[in-house]
Design a protein around this ligand. Structure first.
Ligand SMILES: *[C@@H]1O[C@H](CO)[C@@H](O)[C@H](O)[C@H]1NC(C)=O
Ligand SMILES: *[C@@H]1O[C@H](CO)[C@@H](O)[C@H](O)[C@H]1NC(C)=O
Length: 460
């Protein structure tokens, strides 16, 4: 045998091995079976299927304890000169926030605000799941469409309060209106936390499917950002016959093919990416170094949530710093350069503290952070949910310019095979509904209008 032949054979072997190794990465993995587990303490018992009214009513003792802690925290470390938010939450900003909390934030008044929408709890797979269920008051001549809204971390059901009125009130030129269901993720807000490992986005998707069934909804729309977007993605993969349409304000695509495409396109970006999106997509080195800068918390929470949780659960000021830092950088990357973290441009301190209170009153920061550990566990990651596309379910993306990571048009199809709606917003970040309730609401209406106008043939 001549040397050419040896090289040729070796080449074939290497190519074959390469294809053998890469092929499974590029092909669509099977949809995993997700069991309906019992997540409460003890052995499974007969489920209490009642839907119980729920009102937030915090005891005086809890409020006294909070004020004691706010009054007695040790002095903060002085920030370095002129660093704004570049070393994390700036203590000068934190002082203002805590001062507002102590002197202007009136929980009893906020409690009334929180209780303006009907809330309930119901037991699902051993856990009490908390949710708001808001029906439109006027429905004459209109279709009433059920819509599940799913929050993420470090958000809560509070993020949707400003969007709910428009979603549940008839709009001009629309022949439908929504009936919204806004749950708290297990381990978040007023929902119970799992007592054993495994409460990952797929497990949450099962619970929310069961919640919708219990409310009598077998077909509905779903919407989510942050973890909410992962959860509604999983639901669209698992229950394509139930989900009429899926809308997300974080249509982030992270499949091997998408990443290869992104890399290839970096050679000649303007051929693949719209002019106005080039800076959001390339150079990849800048994008990745930004992600590294902003995702330390993720690594921490995916590995040691219970350790950092001890301090955050014990200190309301520590908790506020940890949570509200995200509301500066994730709303707008450039707000890091601002003394006030940019917060007054979009939020009031009262609204932001509402969300912090959902975590404080429920002592749920540790259980909320565990979702990262569950989602990045070898077992869950090994199921390759990232690579499972939403096939026939009509999908819509609200793409915010200031979102932490940007997915350009040419990769979105890897995850959303039936993407019928894609709208860009320049002045929106990670918390679309909370930041810009009017834009958010309008985008959801626009998307659903498109879905409702699709021809509905019999399903294959
Ligand atoms: C909250 O609970 C207290 C004590 O149980 C009760 O007196 C009060 O009326 C409740 N408030 C609301 C708004 O339900
Ligand atoms: C993209 O970045 C370059 C270099 O910083 C800048 O000159 C250009 O104006 C930016 N383009 C857009 C569309 O923002």
């Amino acid at each position: 045998m001549g040397s050419i032949n040896v090289t040729f054979v070796l080449g074939l072997v290497v190519a074959g091995l390469g294809a053998y190794m890469i092929y499974p990465m590029l092909s669509t993995p099977p949809v995993p079976k997700v069991e309906e587990k019992w997540w409460g303490a003890g052995k499974p018992t007969k489920e209490d299927t009642r839907i119980r009214d729920f009102k937030i009513n915090v005891s005086e003792d809890v409020l006294k304890d909070l004020h004691h802690r706010l009054a007695s925290h040790l002095p903060f470390q002085e920030p370095l000169e002129d660093v704004k938010q570049h070393y994390g939450m700036n203590a000068n900003l934190l002082k203002k926030i805590v001062d507002h909390w102590k002197t202007k934030y009136d929980w009893r008044e906020r409690e009334k605000f929180f209780n303006q929408y009907p809330q309930f709890k119901t037991q699902i797979q051993g856990l009490d799941i908390h949710f708001m269920h808001v029906k439109p008051k006027q429905t004459k001549g209109l279709k009433v469409l059920p819509l599940l809204l799913v929050h993420g971390w470090p958000g809560s059901f509070r993020e949707f309060y400003e969007a709910i009125p428009a979603l549940t009130t008839p709009q001009k030129d629309r022949d439908f209106v929504f009936e919204v269901v806004v749950p708290s993720i297990p381990g978040y807000g007023f929902s119970d936390a799992a007592v054993r490992p495994g409460m990952n986005p797929a497990a949450i998707g099962v619970i929310f499917k069961n919640l919708m069934s219990r409310l009598g909804f077998n077909k509905y729309y779903i919407q989510g950002g942050d973890w909410g977007s992962m959860i509604v993605h999983v639901m669209s993969v698992l229950y394509p016959d139930r989900v009429i349409g899926v809308h997300s304000n974080m249509c982030f695509v992270n499949t091997p093919i998408a990443n290869i495409k992104m890399f290839m396109a970096s050679i000649y970006p303007s051929f693949f990416v719209k002019e106005e999106h080039i800076n959001l997509t390339y150079p990849l080195s800048r994008i990745y170094s930004y992600l590294l800068l902003e995702t330390g918390y993720m690594h921490l929470q995916a590995t040691k949530p219970d350790t950092v949780g001890v301090a955050l659960r014990d200190s309301p000021v520590g908790l506020a710093a940890y949570i509200l830092e995200k509301f500066t950088t994730w709303t707008n990357k450039e707000w890091k350069d601002l003394e006030d973290g940019g917060l007054p441009k979009k939020y009031t301190l009262t609204n932001l503290l509402d969300n912090v209170m959902v975590y404080w009153l429920n002592r749920c920061i540790t259980t909320s952070m565990r979702l990262y550990s569950e989602a990045f566990s070898g077992e869950y990651y090994g199921q390759h949910w990232d690579r499972l596309p939403v096939k026939e379910v009509p999908s819509g993306c609200l793409r915010a310019r200031h979102e932490i990571a940007f997915s350009p048009d040419f990769v979105l199809g890897e995850k959303y095979e039936n993407l019928i709606h894609l709208e860009d917003y320049d002045n929106v970040g990670h918390f679309a509904a909370y930041e810009e309730p009017d834009l958010f609401t309008k985008d959801v209406y626009n998307f659903v209008d498109k879905v409702e106008k699709l021809p509905r043939g019999p399903k294959k």
